[in-house]
Design a protein around this ligand. Structure first.
Ligand code: PLP
Length: 380
């Protein structure tokens, strides 16, 4: 059996151990510490746009704290892209609020501006109130149509909480994903663009927002000599050890992004002649995905009847890991009661899509092995 090819493995840069050693040497083996500040500054510098970054224990925690600060409360409605990972929507439920799921459009696979506006208008008609926040997601790193989405958000005065967990380094019209909304969430889970072995960050527009985020992330303790609380707090801060890994990873972030994009280009070339397989591309030069994962759409009628899942199962026999796309939230049993606005675009894409191995440590030879396995299988 050939060596296993994984979907998206973490890749260390080499500098991580130095920062962790420093933490041990100075006995900063605690939440907070110099690595946390250093990591936050590195990310803020990378993002530009006057970003203020707070490192947290997970991307999910970042979304949660963003929604807390947008004042989401029990019974409120929050619009969320349906085509995503459950972590985009779960924090809405943590707050007792109700997700309103909106479909994607074909160009980016992300939030459809048309359905977004229809959803807002219908919720206003049905409940007399606007939804309290909008959560667009950048699936597999692809930027959403942010001009249109931001224009609608402004028109109805609804804040945006960006889920940029998969999109570190992706840009829309030259601007980093995560810097468009009131808040933006990043993830440093093991398989994302960079990792802290598990972690996330909330990107805030203002220094004040960042201070509030730190306040909520450290148990919402008021400034008094004794423990005194006016708000429900959380224990969501990143540890100084994890942030040390993050600082090392920031040294190689640009390389990781370049490599994921090169892998996408190589797949595009290798699969160019496969009629029934299309590699998802940036819809125009306004969009510059980090191509966290390269995705394909499979047309079984042009692939000898082979579906995306057939290809997944075949790749598995070749010791290659691939993954079906996120199954839309409005089709998940746990969210079955939530309102949904759309016409089945995300379901159609889900049926046909597959994520290919895209980790930055993969070699050209490994990518070609994956592409050849697909070509071999669909020609049978
Ligand atoms: C990974 C991911 C998250 C959650 O991030 P964690 O750091 O794993 O909590 C949220 N949304 C999307 C779209 C993700 O891919």
């Amino acid at each position: 059996m050939q060596e296993r090819i994984w979907l998206s493995l973490a890749q260390m840069g080499g500098g991580e151990q130095k920062y962790i050693q420093e933490a041990f040497d100075t006995n900063w083996v605690v939440p907070l510490g110099p690595n946390v500040n250093g990591f936050e500054n590195d990310i803020a510098k990378f993002l530009g746009e006057d970003s203020h970054v707070v490192a947290l224990s997970a991307g999910t925690a970042a979304i949660h704290l963003g929604l807390v600060q947008l004042g989401i409360e029990a019974g409120d409605e929050v619009i969320c892209q349906s085509f995503t990972f459950a972590a985009s929507a779960n924090p809405i439920k943590y707050l007792g609020a109700n997700p309103i799921f909106v479909d994607s459009e074909e160009d980016t696979w992300n939030l459809s501006p048309e359905w977004l506006e229809k959803a807002i208008l219908d919720r206003k008609a049905k409940t007399g109130k606007s939804p309290k926040a909008i959560i667009p997601v950048y699936l597999y790193g692809m930027p959403a149509k942010m001009d249109e989405i931001c224009a609608i958000a402004t028109k109805y005065d609804i804040p945006i909480m960006e889920d940029a967990a998969e999109a570190m380094g992706s840009t829309y019209k030259g601007r980093q994903c995560g810097t468009f909304g009131e808040f933006g969430a990043l993830s440093f889970n093991g398989n994302k663009m960079i990792t802290t072995s598990g972690g996330g960050a909330l990107i805030c527009r203002t220094e004040e927002g960042a201070k509030r985020t730190m306040f909520f992330a450290t148990q919402a303790r008021e400034n008094r000599p004794y423990y005194y609380h006016e708000h429900i707090g959380y224990n969501y801060r990143m540890s100084n050890i994890c942030a040390g890994i993050g600082r090392g990873q920031m040294e190689v972030l640009e390389e990781h992004i370049a490599r994921r994009r090169a892998i996408h280009t190589l797949y595009t070339e290798q699969l160019a002649e496969c009629q029934g397989i299309s590699v998802k591309q940036n819809p125009s030069t306004d969009f510059d995905s980090n191509f966290w994962l390269t995705c394909i759409e499979v047309d079984p009628t042009l692939c000898n009847g082979k579906s995306a899942d057939d290809i997944r199962l075949y790749l598995e026999t070749q010791n290659i890991e691939s993954r079906l796309l996120w199954r839309p939230m409005h089709t998940q049993p746990i969210f079955a009661d939530c309102p949904y606005y759309g016409d089945g675009v995300s379901e159609r894409i889900f049926e046909r899509g597959l994520c290919l191995p895209s980790g930055s440590s993969l070699s050209d030879e490994q990518i070609i092995r994956v592409a050849n396995a697909i070509k071999q299988f669909i020609s049978e």
